[in-house]
Design a protein around this ligand. Sequence first.
Ligand code: B1M
Length: 216
Amino acid sequence: MSRDFLLFEAMSAILSCDEAAAVEVAKRSLAEGMSPIDILNEGFSVGIREMGERFGRGESFLPELILAANTMKAATDVLNEVIAKSGANRKVGVMVIATVEGDVHDIGKGIVVSLLKTQGIDVIDLGRDVPVDTIIEKALEVNADIIGTSALLTTTMANQKNLEDELRARGLRSMFKTMVGGAPCTKRWADKIGADAFAEDAAEAVRLAMQMLRKE
Ligand code: B1M
């Protein structure tokens, strides 16, 4: 089966909110030797973003968005498991990661976490809707090298700034590197709030995390 057709099927499974089809396409793509990252980025993610666009234009509604997200979750569960298994065992550093308070979007963060683990980074994923204080306490407890936050809403991005402000207020800023990500974030935003890095996607998150851990 052609690569393009599999990617099309992955996208279509999300748009038709067909969980069984999404899981089947994920498994079939793997069986045909496709990279799980490519299926996620070029297939399933295209579908969920298109669903978001339709929602934004008022062409689809919240129940469909929820069903599409559940379908996406089912596919990412299959693929993340395979990505995680290809992980390196050596521990090159520790990263605490969370979706910020007020925000429940965690599909993209899940992909980032899986890929970071493949490089031997010990990732402590605090989940979603996580307050700044909880993130800082965990980072201190595990002596993290990097704190990463994901935000998908323009309203919750403010909590990425709150984290920077709180770290500075407590005199802890120099203890950690920070990384921000999520659809509304940009390099400009990261610079504005004083974060060390902005990653557009999971591959970029890995590249920048490894760079920060090598202290380049
Ligand atoms: Co929501 N949602 N949603 N949603 N949702 C968006 C974000 C939206 C853009 C849709 C739209 O209107 N077009 C819009 C935000 C508008 C805005 O803020 N201006 C929106 C809205 C409005 C809402 C609600 C308010 C809807 C409502 O209730 N009326 C509500 C908010 C709930 C809340 O958080 N409090 C809501 C709810 C939901 C669902 C629960 C239904 C579901 C989330 C389910 C879940 O995550 N478990 C959902 C979904 C699925 C989306 C869209 C369609 C898709 C998000 C996604 O999974 N993308 C989204 C539209 C969009 O993003 N275009 C939308 C795929 C994923 C692979 O990409 O998350 O960008 P992404 O992650 C990438 C990169 O960004 C990066 O790497 C990832 C992998 O490549 N990355 C990082 C992410 N985090 C990183 C961290 C890093 C580094 C890189 O370092 C730490």
